[in-house]
Ligand binder design. Structure first.
Ligand SMILES: *[C@@H]1O[C@H](CO)[C@@H](O)[C@H](O)[C@H]1NC(C)=O
Ligand SMILES: *[C@@H]1O[C@H](CO)[C@@H](O)[C@H](O)[C@H]1NC(C)=O
Ligand SMILES: *[C@@H]1O[C@H](CO)[C@@H](O)[C@H](O)[C@H]1NC(C)=O
Ligand SMILES: *[C@@H]1O[C@H](CO)[C@@H](O)[C@H](O)[C@H]1NC(C)=O
Ligand SMILES: *[C@@H]1O[C@H](CO)[C@@H](O)[C@H](O)[C@H]1NC(C)=O
Ligand SMILES: *[C@@H]1O[C@H](CO)[C@@H](O)[C@H](O)[C@H]1NC(C)=O
Ligand SMILES: *[C@@H]1O[C@H](CO)[C@@H](O)[C@H](O)[C@H]1NC(C)=O
Ligand SMILES: *[C@@H]1O[C@H](CO)[C@@H](O)[C@H](O)[C@H]1NC(C)=O
Length: 467
């Protein structure tokens, strides 16, 4: 029988007689009083904690307007609900956060978000008050950490991104000199067991989520949107990013975010992505990894199933850094299965010349990220034609080992002609006929039909915003 931690909330329950085996009565002699109570009368959740029905909801004051910062009240509410309780942020109410919040102390909490948790767009404040992660100079306004954290409901986390999109216009996140930091909407750090379901993530200033040093995090039935109301498009508004995470699930989720849909980053293991829909994204990427000099990065054991990728720059992608001062590592045991990829510039791609590196530099300082045991199974759809007839583009670095990379039952059409599979430096081939990138370029040259819009020069292929 698992042990539970009880708070005063449960002391209000009368002692009851019951027979169900999961029920326990006990005497708490630790406190000032002596309580007899019944734990988890209705049942326990997947972590052995009480289910929602056995938690008495507490609430906090909602904001009266968009300037009414209730961050102090929210902190109080989280503390009260911690250790077995439930904080309810109610439907139709808005909760404005204008101060940074450290929720790293959590232990068995349910946050039922039916209303809207909205962040102020006080750029001046947030750019001097944040939690900082050296990885790609990431910042956030709230850190969620601890153990057994559920966030669920029908509500929204609103990053209020428009002012940030306007402020960041013309800048580049991976530019060494960039100091215009933008908060990530939702961050977990040093957390174990996190479940988020039903929540809408809206207009994040930067990445929508970032899980760091986290074990077992699962998103289900969520929706992500980032959109601008003017010409300053959202940038780097990835759906999901991770760092040092073991156990990462995304299921039954839709995203329309304008950058990576889902992109596990260094040291992410045991990934499960299923029934996901991505529109206008850079697809489901493993990486980028291998960015930092002297640093070993890896991504292993991912299963990606039944994903729809529409109108994207890339579909299923593996990406690793090359250049003089980068790291090394490996990507291993990744299966993509049942993908529907439509109108996408590069439906399937292995890019080991990331990010914004000239091809001669990649030749001189090739990526040292090994890639092995990768399958693309049952993939159908269309490319946009922006890359000519190339639909699969697997260019392994000459500085790395690439083996056991298989393409099976992949049927991708290009509007420019029969789909071409390109592969370089892959031991044992890819299971289907493929041409080297050199041959592909030659063919294109000799046919004399270089597409006006398509630019298959080796360098700077995407207007990728990086990360
Ligand atoms: C991580 O969280 C645990 C409690 O869950 C805490 O004891 C530990 O100090 C935290 N570690 C770091 C590095 O913050
Ligand atoms: C595949 O995912 C979509 C959501 O993108 C879902 O509607 C559909 O039911 C899933 N198919 C299967 C066989 O689970
Ligand atoms: C997907 O994105 C396109 C723009 O690229 C948009 O026209 C379309 O409405 C979106 N589809 C859905 C179902 O939202
Ligand atoms: C990944 O894990 C390795 C080995 O534990 C560690 O040395 C490296 O710093 C980690 N990478 C990042 C980016 O944290
Ligand atoms: C490969 O990854 C899958 C998860 O997708 C896992 O079930 C399997 O055990 C892994 N294989 C190895 C050899 O680690
Ligand atoms: C990559 O593969 C090569 C050749 O097998 C090996 O020497 C090297 O250690 C591997 N690198 C990593 C990071 O596993
Ligand atoms: C090939 O993939 C398609 C979907 O793209 C699927 O309908 C079909 O059953 C697959 N064929 C085999 C033999 O698995
Ligand atoms: C192709 O891209 C290269 C490098 O970005 C650029 O120099 C060249 O002008 C482009 N060519 C066309 C036809 O767009």
């Amino acid at each position: 029988m698992k042990s539970s931690v009880f708070t005063g909330l449960f002391c209000l329950l009368p002692p009851l007689a019951f027979a169900a085996p999961q029920d326990i009565s006990f005497i708490d002699r630790r406190g000032a009083g002596q309580f007899q109570q019944r734990a988890c009368a209705t049942g326990t959740d997947n972590w052995g904690n009480c289910v929602e029905a056995d938690r008495t909801p507490i609430t906090v004051r909602a904001s009266a307007n968009d300037q009414d910062d209730i961050s102090a009240e929210l902190m109080e509410g989280m503390k009260k609900a911690n250790n077995g309780g439930l904080l309810h942020l109610e439907k139709g109410k808005k909760y404005i956060i204008g101060k940074k919040l450290d929720f790293s102390f959590l232990k068995d909490i349910y946050v039922k978000l039916d209303g809207e948790l909205k962040f102020t767009d006080d750029i001046k404040y947030w750019q001097t008050n944040y939690f900082y992660y050296p990885f790609q100079k990431s910042i956030t306004w709230v850190v969620w950490g601890g153990k057994d954290i559920k966030i669920f409901g029908t509500g929204t986390m609103n990053g209020n991104g428009q002012a940030w999109y306007d402020g960041f216009a013309g800048k580049e996140i991976l530019d060494e000199s960039n100091t215009y930091y933008r908060p990530i909407l939702f961050v977990t750090d040093n957390a174990t067991n996190v479940e988020i379901s039903g929540i809408k993530f809206l207009n994040s200033p930067c990445w929508s989520t970032f899980m760091v040093r986290t074990k077992n995090v699962a998103f289900d039935k969520c929706r992500f949107d980032s959109a601008s109301n003017n010409k300053n498009l959202p940038k780097n508004t990835d759906g999901f990013d991770t760092l040092n995470v073991d156990g990462f699930r995304v299921t039954n989720t839709e995203l329309d975010v304008g950058d990576d849909c889902i992109s596990p980053k260094p040291n992410t293991t045991n990934i499960h992505i299923e029934n996901v829909w991505c529109n206008n994204t850079h697809g489901v990427s493993m990486g980028s990894i291998g960015q930092y000099p002297g640093t070993l990065d890896y991504i292993t054991n991912a299963y990606i199933k039944n994903v729809t990728l529409l109108n994207g720059q890339t579909g299923a992608r593996l990406k690793a850094w090359a250049g003089e001062k980068v790291g090394y590592g490996y990507i291993r045991n990744i299966t993509y299965e049942d993908l529907d990829i439509r109108n996408t510039d590069q439906p399937i791609v292995l890019d080991q010349c990331y990010f914004n590196v000239k091809s001669d530099v990649c030749k001189k300082f090739p990526s040292r990220v090994n890639i092995s045991d990768i399958s693309f199974i049952n993939v159908k759809g269309t490319s946009s034609g922006k890359r000519g007839t190339t639909v699969v583009n697997l260019k392994c670095s000459p500085g790395a080992e690439c083996k056991n990379i298989k393409i099976q039952n992949v049927s991708l059409e290009s509007p420019k002609g029969k789909g071409v599979v390109v592969c370089d430096n892959i031991a044992g081939g890819v299971g289907v006929p493929c041409v080297s990138s050199e041959e592909a370029a030659k063919k294109k040259g000799s046919s004399g039909k270089r597409e006006a819009e398509g630019n298959d020069s080796e360098e700077n292929e995407d207007e990728d915003e990086g990360s």
